[in-house]
Design a protein around this ligand. Structure first.
Ligand SMILES: C[S@@+](CC[C@H](N)C(=O)[O-])C[C@H]1O[C@@H](n2cnc3c(N)ncnc32)[C@H](O)[C@@H]1O
Length: 210
């Protein structure tokens, strides 16, 4: 940790370029707000904000050390298009985004969430989808990055091993099944429109309004 509280996640250095290639494909030539759920260190949000000055980025987390790190990266990078981190607990289905100067919540072009829903109880996925459905504008997207299984099957042995270790540490955690996520999306008026392969057997799942 840096003295100002900035944290550095090893995974960020491995995945941010591949993630940005997908996000950029959607965000390029658009303006609006992108909400990041479970921002962790804050490295993704400042890196992506630097590459998209036309987008306003809204980081969040529920962990105090991570909120401090996000705030420190924001000060360190001095990016005008990164808002102060908000404390959002995704396990609360009624979680709220901070209000704008006009008193209303921002309309959200995209929700981005990386490596969160497998390291959390299922109700976090439920809360994430509920909030995305509440805040996304009609042409908005939810982007989920991480390891996923399909039809109960892992795409790689390494993901199966990872899943077992997660569940051993906390029975409520675990690599999520795309079939369950599609059902969850359906229950809130979203649908899976794209699945993009990422390095190291990860995926980006892209959901849009039905
Ligand atoms: C593995 S880290 C990923 C962080 C970041 N997205 C990344 O890819 O580097 C998981 C993050 O999810 C956050 N998280 C876990 N449960 C959460 C919840 N209920 N609400 C909000 N954030 C949560 C943790 O605090 C942590 O920052």
């Amino acid at each position: 940790m840096e003295p100002d509280g900035r944290l550095d996640a090893a995974a960020f250095h491995r995945n941010h370029e591949a993630i940005w290639a997908v996000l950029d494909g959607f965000l390029r030539d658009k303006t609006g707000n992108v909400f990041e759920a479970g921002s962790g260190t804050g490295q993704h949000v400042v890196t992506f904000a630097r590459l998209s000055p036309q987008i306003e980025w809204w980081p969040s987390d529920f962990n105090e050390a991570h909120l401090k790190s996000i705030a420190a990266w924001r000060v360190y990078t001095q990016l005008a298009n990164v808002h102060a981190p908000q404390k959002v607990d995704l396990s609360d289905p009624a979680w709220c985004l901070g209000v704008r100067d006009n008193g209303g919540p921002p309309d959200v072009l995209a929700v981005f969430c990386a490596n969160v829903i497998h390291i959390a109880p299922w109700r976090v996925a439920e809360g994430l989808f509920a909030g995305a459905a509440r805040y996304l504008r009609p042409d908005g997207r939810l982007f989920l990055y991480g390891p996923f299984k399909r039809g109960g099957k892992h795409s790689a042995l390494s993901n199966a091993v990872f899943d077992t270790s997660l569940r051993n540490g906390n029975p409520e955690w675990g690599v999520r099944d795309i079939d369950d996520l599609e059902k969850l999306a359906d229950s809130v008026g979203l649908r899976l429109i794209e699945s993009v392969e990422m390095p190291a057997n990860n995926l980006i799942l892209e959901f849009a309004r039905v």
